[in-house]
Design a protein around this ligand. Sequence first.
Ligand SMILES: Cc1cc2nc3c(=O)[nH]c(=O)nc-3n(C[C@H](O)[C@H](O)[C@H](O)COP(=O)(O)OP(=O)(O)OC[C@H]3O[C@@H](n4cnc5c(N)ncnc54)[C@H](O)[C@@H]3O)c2cc1C
Length: 504
Amino acid sequence: MSFINEKYFSTYEEVKAQEFDFIVIGAGVYGIAFMNKVLSLKPKSKILMIEKGTFFLPDHIQNLPKALIDLNQTAGTRPWESDGDIAFMPQIPFVGGRGNFWNGWIPMPYNLKELGWDDSFVKELQSEWQPAADFLGRRYNLVTAENSCEQLRDLTRKLLTEGMSKIDTGLMIEHPNQFDSSIATGRHSANRPFGKFSPVSVLMQAVADKKSVMVLTDCLVKKFQTSGGKVTAIETSLGSIDAKKAQIVLACNTLEATEIVLQSGSENPLVGKNLSGHIRSWLGIRVHKKYFQLDEVFQAGAFYVPGYDTKLDRYLHTHVSSVYNPFPERDIDLLYQILPDASMRESIATYMNPDYVVFELHTMGEFLGTPDMKSPNHISMKDGKMHVNVTFEKDDEATWDALDSTVFQIIEVLADGKPFEYQQADNSYAKKKPERIRNKGAVHESGTLWMGISDKDSVCNLDGRLHHLINVYGTGGMLFPRPGSWNPTYTGVAMAFNLARKLC
Ligand SMILES: Cc1cc2nc3c(=O)[nH]c(=O)nc-3n(C[C@H](O)[C@H](O)[C@H](O)COP(=O)(O)OP(=O)(O)OC[C@H]3O[C@@H](n4cnc5c(N)ncnc54)[C@H](O)[C@@H]3O)c2cc1C
């Protein structure tokens, strides 16, 4: 056990003897958001956070020295078998979870009702959006003292506004400012005005303030013991924890939570069906700086282009980063700190030529399971191991074609007739159009404990409680009836706040 674990967190022996109001499984973004809201509503609530991993990073990786950058690709693990057409990206098994590395895009979801979300639940969320935005430190630009970026930002916005009608999947925008992406710039990040949001400092602050929170790390939750439709104890790698009067919150992400429910012997055969997520296409271009009138200063902006394929009835969107980096060696740390999709060595290398403006595009869209027993995508258990089955249907394949063509159409809009080069598979640039721009990993897994009114066609009720267990609640993506294309974390935090309000 590390010094931090010892100093700030509790041992199994200390925890075992206690009685809690809430037991939260997973100390990632949603678990910590839930804890934070409960403490603000009922400060004396006793909360146990159970986390599989240990303390890892005190802050988001991009708020820390760049020397740590390679952790992003080595810290993950997949404690499941991936069967079928695509594998999900790994979990990050440490305090803070995926929030140690996430990119911080926090778009507002839209058309939830059309996606099958219950109307009354959508209305309930209305009062959570602003608090969730405040918690994540939402901003609509990457402006800092060193990145005034106005010229390149105005230009990118103008190109997107004028070119939207040329993008087959483009959704109409009411005002050009709507292209400016909302980013979680971390109000809690070491008190900096600009950083990347990480949930770790929120948790550490609660412990440091001697709030009634206990954190048990290095503790894997395996399954529940149940009796009379209620969880009576939680079986963990350290031993059993008596649930007593606690409400239990599954905040360990979609696949992991579903495994716990399946291992516990659920009577609802729908558990694990409806597995959905996002597939992605990714490509950059560069245009020589002589075609722009830009001041010789670092300029970087982040944009969000919403999309919908009407024929397929599938949502998609594109993140666009535009960067001019005339002094790459000098400004490399600045680039690393502020760009949303720059948390890997290769991503940074993309922006290191001072003679070019780079536009990096990242398009993602839905692939879908079905909310019934026939779902082609689902989670199952075989020989005690979780299997994640993803089989692409015709419309999933067609959606990926639509993502690819959206990327190339937005590129034409941004290049606006100027000569440009495409980013190649090895991250060099050339005139040749790359044959394949698809990313191998699926992200934002969702839906396997989806919420609805009846246990005949859903797994959780509209409070997020499992229909078949009266003291267990889900959070975030696992509850989404259908994901849409928007990045899920903003919605998940709003839902965690909503759950806290209901349970307090
Ligand atoms: C590189 C990257 C970039 C991303 N970018 C974005 C983005 O720009 N925008 C966006 O909205 N989303 C993004 N995401 C997704 C985002 O990080 C997740 O939506 C969010 O972190 C989900 O929060 P969570 O609390 O459900 O899960 P997590 O953050 O994964 O936390 C779950 C925690 O539970 C623990 N745990 C798991 N199983 C168990 C168990 N059995 N027992 C005990 N503990 C357990 C894990 O160790 C982990 O700490 C990104 C993710 C990654 C990896």
